[in-house]
Every structure is written in C-alpha cells, then in structure tokens.
Write a protein that binds this ligand. Structure first.
Ligand SMILES: [Zn+2]
Length: 461
C-alpha cells in the first residue's frame, strides 16, 4: 500500500484506563493507576482508578503504560530530513558552508518528501505539536512552504511552521551563498502571504504561522526590524537562531559591537512573542534580559553537542524563569530527531554541567511538554493532561524488556531507552498505533526519502 491514508478514529468518546498518568499539571499530579476521558478533541475527565462509564466509548487498556501529554518540539528544519549524515564531523560554520549548496537544490516535491518523513518520525517518538523553521526558499523551487504544510496535514501533527528568510549573502558579508538568499522585499512579502493564507489563531488551531529570519549572520538588520513589525501587526510569534556558537558571538561583536542578545534588544526582538533557538552562549546579563522580557528559548542539546557548539545553560534559564522548551533542531545536525532523546540529553547535560540537582526527570518532562507549549503560546490548551485541554496524548509501553522493573515510569521514560509508543493522539485522533505511524505508509516514505536524498546530493555535486 503506498498512498497516504489520513485516518479518523474516535469520532465517539475515548477512555484510556489502567495507565500510570503523569498529568504534568502545575501540581505535578500523577496517578499510579489512572484514567483519561476524551470527547471529540478535548479531554473531559482525568483521575485515579477506573474511568466512569462513558456510553459508546472506545476503551483503551493502558495497563503497563505511562500516559503523558504529547511532546512539543520548539525548533526544527524539516527539509533537512533528506540531508542527513553530511559534514558529520564539522563545526557549524563549516557544516553550513557544505550544506547550503545542497539545500539550494530543494523544491516543493523534495520538501514534501522530507517533511513527511520527518513528521512521521517525530510522531513515532511522542511528538504531537512541532514547529518548523523553513528559511531556504530557492527562486525556482515552487511553493516549498505549502508543501510542508500539506505534509503536516497528511501525517496529522499539530503544526507551527515559521516562514524563515535570509537576505545577507556572502557578497554582503553574510555566510550563505548569494544563490539561496532572497531580497528584503521578497522575504517580507512571502512571509506576509504565508500568514494571510494559513495562520489560524483559534484555540483548537492545528496550524499557526510564525515569522523567522534565519540568524544574525544570514539576515540584515532591516529584515529583523521589518519582520518584527510584520509579526506584531499580524499577531504572530517571532523566532530565530541566536547565540548558538562562539563564531556567531564574534560575528556580532565585530559587526555590531555587541553580543547577540544585546543586538536583539537593539532591533526590537525581545518579548513574550519571541523565542530563540539554542541560546547557548549567554552571560548572566543575557539570561536576566531574557527572563525580564519574557523571551523564550528552544533548548536543543543534541544538535548543540553534534556540532560541538557547547552546552546551553538550561538549568540557569529555567531557574531564572525563562520560558523554555526543547527542540530537536534540523535532522542534518541531529540525525535522530527524537524529542524523548532531547529530554534525556537535557537532563544529562544539565547534570554534567551543574551537578546532580541541576535538572530532575520531571523538570525535563515539563520542558518537553508544558514548557514547549508555553514557548509557543499554547499552554492554555496544550502541554498537560487536564479537563478542558486538547487531546494530544502519548501512551508509552513501559512493561516490556527495556523498561519492566524500572521503579518510576517517568524515570523510565526520561532516563531509559525510548519506550515503544502504544498510541499517539493528536486532537483526539490516532496518529501512532503499536509503534507505527498509521497515517502514512512508513516503508514507501522511507524509500522516497532515500531517493530524494540521493537526487539532491547528486545535483549539488
Ligand atoms: Zn536550527
């Protein structure tokens, strides 16, 4: 079977019972043997013990499982799913210089293939809401942004793609080759069009658009300022890469005479409608600035380690009250792209850096769920298991060989190997069942991804 088959299960109510329920609510309520009831796309009941009788419900046996909120990914580049494994041993700037010419060859077909593979994989690892940061817009590549939105509809994830842009090519002192950058006007028009065409700010929204110039070393100051104005006129969020490497800090010091966070203040890019990917190289003043302005961050520990960029001060950011979520980052710098690995790496790296008390497993689970929802402005409707919230839920099997006998199911999830995913619900609909993403045919997607990778790399050679 090769065609995509969107699936709609659970038009009637759903009851999950017998699972260990980690609600991730403000009180960190957990039920050793609990239940959750879903009507339509909303959670209607959560509690200890068996569920009340719900007429006509599909009852899911959660014994041997841990139920958590769906994981929220706050930084990604889905198109990179077809450029994995390149420049495997390089710094960020070398890696970018190797990959820009490859990325310059993407088009709407290859982006659809990449996004379908990347989203299906995120789903298999418990992710229900993901952002994307798409900043490579080749002139003759067709509508690459529409392609990834189509892919998200097919796979069935809640999607917050950000329309990225670059307008500072190599000839102007930037890092990317001129062939992959847009003009200032082209970038702003493309971004405004994307907001007008797709942004849905309703509470149940499956699709929200953000504005995301790529980074200080690939966009002009004008594009940053104009993007902020556009986002604020439109009521959408702002996102960019910031303080990822020491090279970037040096670039900002040389070019602007200030650190990356100071530069962001200068261009009006601080506030509760902004989040930065990475935020690795921050001094105490930068941490305080982010906290006091409500600026959020996507902590991407695996990608930062893969590129040797450093280890972000996640525990300090969290302690300072910075809105903090986790991100897999693009697959070209994190071939695994598993949100549950990000939670594990966040915990381990925080402790390696700051000692055994630096981050608890429950804090890591919060960052992966409600923390991410806060970063994306969705914590009123998502990120915890509470009556009235949207039914984005992950049911993990923790009674098989890898996890049976681990005392604490939350520790099993965060510190153990990634458990098999019994079910994943997005908006009350099943997207993963018994470890397989059921909305697409995984084998044919894998074949298409391999073909697209080979064609793209051959084209760049
Ligand atoms: Zn990134």
């Amino acid at each position: 079977m090769s065609e995509s088959r969107p699936i709609v299960i659970g038009s009637g109510p759903i009851v999950i019972e017998g699972a260990y329920v980690a609600t991730v609510d403000a009180a960190r309520t957990e039920h050793t043997t609990g239940h959750v009831v879903v009507h339509g796309n909303r959670i209607t009941a959560v509690g200890a013990g068996p569920a009340p009788d719900v007429e006509g419900a599909e009852v899911i046996d959660g014994r041997g499982c841990l139920l958590t909120p769906g994981l929220v990914n706050t930084h990604h580049h889905l198109y990179q799913w077809i450029t994995r494994g390149l420049a495997a041993d390089s710094t960020l700037f070398e890696w970018l210089q190797t990959l820009y010419p490859v990325w310059a060859g993407i088009d709407e077909d290859s982006v659809r293939t990449a996004a379908t593979g990347g989203l299906a994989w995120l789903a298999k690892h418990g992710c229900t809401l993901t952002t994307d940061h798409h900043y490579v817009v080749p002139r003759d590549g067709g509508d690459v942004f529409a392609a990834e939105i189509d892919a998200a509809r097919v796979v069935g994830l809640r999607f917050h793609p950000t329309r990225g842009s670059m307008d500072l090519g190599r000839s102007s002192g930037g890092l990317p080759p001129d062939s992959v950058v847009e003009t200032l006007d082209g970038a702003l028009t493309g971004t405004a069009d994307a907001i007008a065409r797709w942004h849905d700010d309703s509470p149940d929204s499956m699709l929200r658009i953000g504005v995301a110039p790529c980074s200080p070393f690939s966009v002009t100051t004008e594009l940053l300022r104009e993007s902020a104005a556009l986002a604020r006129e439109s009521g959408v969020l702002l996102h960019t890469h910031l303080a990822e490497t020491l090279d970037e800090e040096q670039f900002c010091l040389d070019r602007f005479g200030c650190t990356p966070v100071e530069y962001m203040r200068e261009v009006g890019w601080l506030g509760d409608d902004v989040w930065f990917a990475h935020a690795v190289h921050l001094d105490d003043a930068a941490v305080e600035t982010m906290a006091s302005t409500g600026t959020g961050a996507a902590h991407c520990p695996t990608s930062n380690a893969r590129l040797g960029a450093g280890i972000a001060r996640a525990a300090d950011l969290h302690a300072a009250g910075v809105r903090l979520g986790l991100g897999v980052d693009g697959a070209a710098s994190n071939e695994a792209c598993s949100m549950i690995e990000e939670a594990r790496h966040a915990t381990l790296f925080a402790r390696a850096r700051g000692g055994p008390d630096a981050m608890s497993v429950r804090t890591a689970l919060e960052l992966a769920t409600i923390g991410g929802a806060r970063v994306l402005g969705r914590d009123g409707d998502l990120g915890s298991i509470e009556p009235g919230k949207l039914a984005d839920l992950a049911l993990w099997r923790v009674d098989a060989l890898g996890h049976a006998g681990i005392t604490d199911p939350v520790a099993a999830l965060v510190l153990g190997a990634t458990p098999p995913l019994e079910r994943l619900f997005v908006d009350g609909r099943v997207v993963v069942e018994s470890g397989r993403t059921v909305t697409v045919d995984e084998e044919s997607v894998a074949r298409e991804v391999a073909r697209a990778h080979d064609a793209l790399v051959a084209g760049a050679g």
